[in-house]
Design a protein around this ligand. Structure first.
Ligand code: MSP
Length: 636
């Protein structure tokens, strides 16, 4: 129904604790839910836990506990984690809840009465990890392609759902609705699965082997197969078959899943719905997998990422931003803490954090904290900025709608970069001295641009967005309408200075580098793939210098002041005092960068830079020459 948005995550198995993979899906669902609330739609966001079946029963047996106790314990871990990650779901469903059991039994009876469930015998290769049979073509070397484990051959008398009966209908539905399964690669994968006749779906387990499940209403000796039970949670969650929620939300249903559970969602579920007589869901959105440090995440490799640890180190908004920005929706991605730190520093601390902090400080300094009404004509620069803000907002909306969340964020960052450039170009610090009217125009446009940014980052970084809008005196007014007009911010508003949004990189604990050459090799590889043009290198003037004088700096353990002959005498303050005594330095021929902008270090003028490397013992070693060079000669 129009104006409604129903989003679900998979319900997670309770045989393990939540990890990065579960967090990714759930955060993306939250981002979409927040975005659609912003659009003014009625939103229902469902997540929860999948608690029946072999997998849970086996894990409980191995741990010496009962399936119920295991489910209670691990379900609570999921439920309690979500608020910690700013995930705001409307319901947390458990498949052991009475309303779900009732719905599953009602649907089983309905499908049975329609003649779509029959009793028969089947033998096949089963993966307990996936809780499903694999066909010969799906198996890889006799193993499960997802868990890389031997499959178990099972032959039993069971109940079967006539899935094959609906195959041609499903092909037709997918073909007529090309965005039913997205991105497209997964739609094609599913059409591939449907090319051959389907095995009917085994939907029961004999109680003699497994009792942890929902009893079949038409045969007490059997329980329901866990996938048939689990998929129905999407109906129970919104009150099927009765209730306004179900009527409003079902036709807008969008499921979000990882690629590992494509078949149950793309084949079992729509055919089940068809048999029940319900419309299929609107979209199945399929994302790729996170690998960790280029390897599959797994308990045995010990590389399972703990989300709360990352939240504690970097803050929840930065973690959410990284998840959204780093993974191209639909493709696999690699998770590394180094990459997270890099994004944190570049995008958040530098680009966004700096923009907000320098701008709010200027309002405080030049206007005493009250943003002046713009009191002058607009120039091309302002018109450009206005045009760009509106263009970025439209681009952002289209991309969010299309699930290109990573590029929606990239769009927002083009506006952030443009705002930083606008500040550098218009130089408010100079206008403050010469042209107060123009200053008022410029500062207004910066702050209004920041407002656009803050509104757009809300779904991904709700806390940061709220803090920025709060500083602009606009908290709690989220609506997409705010992005249709440049000029909502009122002159005369008091603007505060927020506490540092993203404390600088130095305060982050960098993870330990793995011992040995592996880590360094990787770093080097990255540097070497970051190729530059020879003209870039030519910008750097390197000359042979001879150290004429060296003296220690009082109150500094690190600095030495050097007088160096590079064709003329220059002074450099270098941080090498712990590695060289002044006496050792005098007379050395070294490599010097001579065209750096002068800087002051502890009040000492420094007009260049030395080159050095780290030794294996952790000392510095200056770059020198193996034959006597001529002083002041260019190094090429
Ligand atoms: N219980 C079933 C789903 C039933 S839905 C009616 C299940 N549970 S699960 O606990 O195994 O969760 C699988 C989901 O977790 C994936 O589809 C994906 O959403 C998420 N992820 C688990 N590992 C992942 C990665 N390494 N990367 C990204 N997401 C992955 O399957």
């Amino acid at each position: 129904m129009k104006g409604y948005f129903y989003i679900t995550t998979p319900i997670y198995y309770v045989n393990a604790k939540p990890h990065l993979g579960h967090v990714y899906t759930t955060v993306i669902a939250d981002v979409l839910a927040r975005y659609h609330r912003l659009l003014g739609e009625k939103v229902f966001f469902l997540t929860g836990t999948d608690e029946h079946g072999d997998k849970i029963s086996e894990t409980a047996r191995n741990l010496g506990t009962t399936p119920k106790d295991l489910a209670d314990e691990n379900s609570a871990r999921f439920r309690d984690l979500w608020p910690e990650l700013s995930v705001n779901n409307d319901r947390f469903i458990r498949t052991t809840e009475p309303d779900h059991v009732k719905t599953v039994q009602a649907i089983l009876q309905d499908v049975y009465d329609k003649g779509d469930i029959y009793f028969g015998e089947y033998g096949g290769h089963y993966c307990v990890g996936c809780e499903r049979f694999f066909t010969e073509t799906e198996m890889v070397d006799g193993k499960c392609p997802i868990h890389d484990k031997e499959l178990v051959y099972r032959q039993e008398q069971n109940y079967f759902f006539r899935m094959e009966k609906y195959r041609t209908w499903l092909i037709d539905h997918i073909t007529k609705n090309p965005d039913f399964i997205r991105p497209e690669r997964y739609k094609n994968e599913v059409l591939g699965m449907l090319r051959e006749p389907l095995d009917d779906l085994c939907i029961s387990r004999p109680k003699s082997r497994l009792s942890w499940g929902i009893e079949l209403p038409f045969d007490r000796d059997y329980v329901c197969y866990v996938w048939f039970d689990a998929l129905i949670n999407y109906l129970t969650g919104i009150g099927y078959p009765n209730g306004d929620d179900f009527n409003g939300f079902w036709s807008s249903a969008q499921h979000l899943v990882g690629k590992d559970i494509l078949k149950p969602h793309a084949v079992y579920w729509p055919t089940m719905l068809k048999s029940v007589g319900l419309e299929p869901y609107r979209h199945l959105n399929v994302h790729g997998f996170w690998n960790v440090d280029e390897a599959k995440m797994s308990k045995s490799l010990g590389n399972v990422i703990d989300p709360l640890d990352l939240k504690e180190k970097y803050g929840i908004d930065a973690f959410r931003y990284f998840l959204v920005r780093e993974m191209v929706f639909g493709l696999d991605s690699n998770f590394s803490e180094e990459a997270l730190i890099e994004r944190y520093n570049a995008d958040l601390a530098n680009d966004l954090g700096n923009l907000v902090s320098r701008s709010t400080r200027m309002v405080s300094k030049y206007f005493g904290g009250v943003l002046a009404e713009p009191a002058g004509p607009l120039t091309d620069e302002e018109n450009e900025l206005r045009g760009l803000s509106l263009k970025v907002a439209r681009e952002y909306e289209a991309r969010m709608e299309n699930l290109e969340l990573h590029s929606a964020m990239a769009s927002v960052w083009t506006l952030i970069s443009s705002l930083n450039r606008y500040i550098d170009k218009t130089a408010p610090w100079a206008l403050a001295k010469s042209d107060p009217d123009r200053l008022s125009v410029v500062m207004y446009h910066i702050m209004e641009g920041i407002r656009f940014v803050a509104e757009m980052i809300y779904p991904v970084m709700p806390d940061t967005s709220g803090r920025i809008l709060g500083v602009l005196g606009m908290s709690g007014q989220y609506t997409a309408k705010n992005l249709t007009e440049f000029g909502k911010l009122k002159g005369g508003v008091a603007i505060g200075i927020p506490e540092a949004l993203f404390p600088r990189a130095e305060r982050l604990k960098k993870p330990e580098q793995p011992a040995g050459a592996q880590g360094k090799g990787k770093e080097k590889e990255q540097e070497e793939t970051n190729l530059i043009d020879i003209s870039d290198f030519a910008k750097c003037v390197l000359k042979v210098g001879k150290i004429l004088e060296a003296s220690a700096v009082e109150k500094s353990e690190k600095l030495v002041v050097l007088k160096i002959d590079v064709g003329k005498t220059i002074q450099i303050a270098a941080g090498i005092a712990k590695h060289y005594s002044p006496q050792e330095l005098v007379g050395k021929y070294i490599a010097v960068v001579t065209n750096l902008k002068p800087a002051k270090l502890m009040g000492i003028q420094s007009e260049g830079m030395l080159l050095a490397t780290d030794t294996p013992e952790g000392k510095l070693s200056l770059l020198t020459f193996d034959r006597e060079p001529s002083v002041g000669a260019r190094i090429r």
